[in-house]
Design a binder for this molecule. Structure first.
Ligand code: C5P
Length: 237
């Protein structure tokens, strides 16, 4: 694929148009932001880790019949993906209470939820991504009922597949965020799945191996991202 122009630059990624109208190239950056962009920094090699980790997960999900935007990796920071129309809804799936859920509902961080929780947020920077439910999504025409059911079905399936996979490498999948896009009339998984968008805890020590190390100034941020690469067997590539 030949990159023709920069389409969009976000906090952690750049997206390029290519000579193929159905394909864009994502470039993962080392820039990190948190708390609505108020905290900024650099996590060395984060872009490389997130590219490799996200592609690895997307391949596993594809082999479990979950359609994704993944096409092929170009280099250590770039990947070709299907050009989708992003549905402006962020989906959060949670297995263990942490982060904003702990705060909102007064649940101790680390408490096990009886069953997974699925939440929606309206993807809107000016409004700071407010939480919404199916009724808001339908009333605002952010997605159709059919799209919402597909999104829920795929999200719980992603949770099952990744939770079981990560268990084998001694990692607990606490929670994560997904984004979906429209592609040729279907809903497919888009964006990324990485230590930026998931909470990963070591099963034995409960050590945090994700972006919370940056958000909360816990130290060893780069080391945590590298450890995820190692656990997934992607460090030798
Ligand atoms: O902050 P909160 O507890 O709601 O985050 C839940 C999960 O969703 C975490 O894994 C976090 O990394 C992810 N998330 C994200 N992007 C956002 C909000 C949350 O990747 N804008």
């Amino acid at each position: 694929y030949i990159i023709t122009k920069l389409l969009y630059e976000g906090k952690a990624k750049k997206v390029y148009e290519t000579d193929n109208p159905n394909v864009v190239v994502i470039e993962y950056k080392d820039d990190a932001t948190a708390f609505d962009g108020t905290k900024r920094g650099i996590i060395n090699n984060k872009g490389v880790v997130n590219n490799l980790v996200s592609n690895h997960f997307f391949k596993i999900l594809e082999s479990n019949n979950i359609p994704t935007h993944f096409i092929e990796q170009i280099d250590e920071r770039k990947t070709a993906v299907k050009r989708v129309q992003i549905i402006p809804v962020e989906v959060i799936v949670r297995n263990i209470a942490a982060g904003s859920l702990s705060k909102r509902l007064g649940l101790e961080e680390g408490s096990i939820l009886k069953r997974p929780i699925l939440e929606f947020c309206y993807k809107n920077d000016e409004l700071h991504d407010p939480q919404v439910n199916q009724y808001h999504i339908l009333a605002l025409e952010l997605a159709t009922e059919e799209e919402i059911s597909k999104i829920e079905e795929y999200s719980f399936k992603v949770n099952d597949v990744l939770r079981n996979y990560l268990k084998q490498v001694n990692i607990d999948l606490i929670d994560f965020k997904l984004e979906f896009g429209r592609y040729r009339g279907d809903v497919i998984l888009a964006d990324e799945i990485s230590p930026d968008t998931c909470r990963f805890w070591d099963t034995t020590t409960k050590e945090k191996l994700d972006k919370d190390r940056f958000r909360r100034d816990l130290g060893n941020v780069e080391e945590a991202y590298m450890e995820i690469l190692r656990r997934l067997g992607l460090d030798k590539k």
